[in-house]
Ligand binder design. Structure first.
Ligand SMILES: Nc1ncnc2c1ncn2[C@@H]1O[C@@H]2COP(=O)(O)O[C@H]3[C@@H](O)[C@H](n4cnc5c(N)ncnc54)O[C@@H]3COP(=O)(O)O[C@H]2[C@H]1O
Ligand SMILES: Nc1ncnc2c1ncn2[C@@H]1O[C@@H]2COP(=O)(O)O[C@H]3[C@@H](O)[C@H](n4cnc5c(N)ncnc54)O[C@@H]3COP(=O)(O)O[C@H]2[C@H]1O
Lengths: 141, 141
């Protein structure tokens, strides 16, 4: 096993770039977010604003939780509530130049982590799959 | 890096046992599965039969896909369709004695893989988190 494959790499070298990442905007209604999540098949995606700054994550589970009433599923809320009322704002963030070990620490408990630049603009995501793909390659040597 | 931590281990040593894994049954209606998925917060869970044999996986995305009509979300289907009509039956499976590298190969593309015994009874799940937890520990040495 050549741990150099991991130990001298940065987060940026494992990045899924922003133009390949499905996202929604803070001002979108929940029905739009539910459609994007269902059609792309992703369980959670980043939430950006119109200037491409990162604000949080939204998942299909968060949306279902928000509309699940005591007696029935309150579907009319999908057209009344906005993404910013339901999203998770308390998320870990990475920078392109972070050492890879900081990324690996975070994906132990998060399926993916958003990467932003110093001004808070969204750069892309760091995913468990990219880490596991390289682990497999290394162990197979 | 001590790759022995990985190279001489079996899938069983990383297992989340069946009694800790949320699941639904093939005969449940979709509204029951949607409730279990939303309340546990898991994006996908195993589908078993009454004798605890593994039949497939069901996810919140599969359920939303099944009820998303052209004009509107057809919520009445949640009480009419069953889990077995919507679940994914074509899933990878592992055995307790499989070498860990076979588990790692599979979690590159699957967030978790179900483990079953020779007769097909469900034993538990092998997850990305368990692999990444140990990778982090090893790299930190
Ligand atoms: N369309 C697709 N094509 C190929 N494989 C697919 C796929 N959709 C899902 N997968 C596989 O399933 C894993 C879990 O997807 P999930 O949507 O739950 O969780 C995903 C999703 O929430 C987010 N994600 C990944 N790629 C994304 C993208 N391009 N845009 C937005 N979110 C993304 O990051 C999480 C972890 O991604 P990761 O790649 O490690 O792991 C992915 C990947 O291995
Ligand atoms: N209640 C909770 N407590 C602590 N952490 C939580 C959690 N729910 C989710 N997570 C974290 O989020 C990751 C993704 O969860 P997800 O539900 O999309 O995807 C999960 C879920 O579909 C399934 N899974 C994990 N544990 C399960 C369980 N006890 N019962 C049923 N399914 C489980 O395996 C996938 C991968 O799990 P993994 O542990 O690698 O990765 C989990 C874990 O790191």
């Amino acid at each position: 096993f050549d741990s150099k494959e991991f130990l001298d790499k940065t987060v940026g070298q494992f990045l899924i770039p922003a133009d390949k990442v499905a996202h929604v905007q803070v001002g979108n209604y929940l029905n739009h977010a539910l459609l994007v999540l269902t059609k792309t098949g992703y369980s959670a995606i980043p939430v950006l604003d119109t200037s491409y700054k990162l604000h949080g994550l939204i998942s299909i589970t968060m949306i279902m939780d928000a509309i699940l009433g005591l007696e029935r599923i309150e579907f009319e809320r999908l057209e009344k509530m906005k993404v910013e009322e339901v999203m998770n704002k308390d998320i870990p963030r990475l920078s392109l130049n972070d050492h890879i070990i900081r990324g690996i620490d975070l994906v132990v408990n998060h399926p993916f982590v958003c990467v932003e630049n110093e001004e808070g603009y969204f750069e892309g995501i760091f995913t468990r799959r990219e880490v596991l793909k390289r682990l497999k390659k290394q162990l197979r040597r």
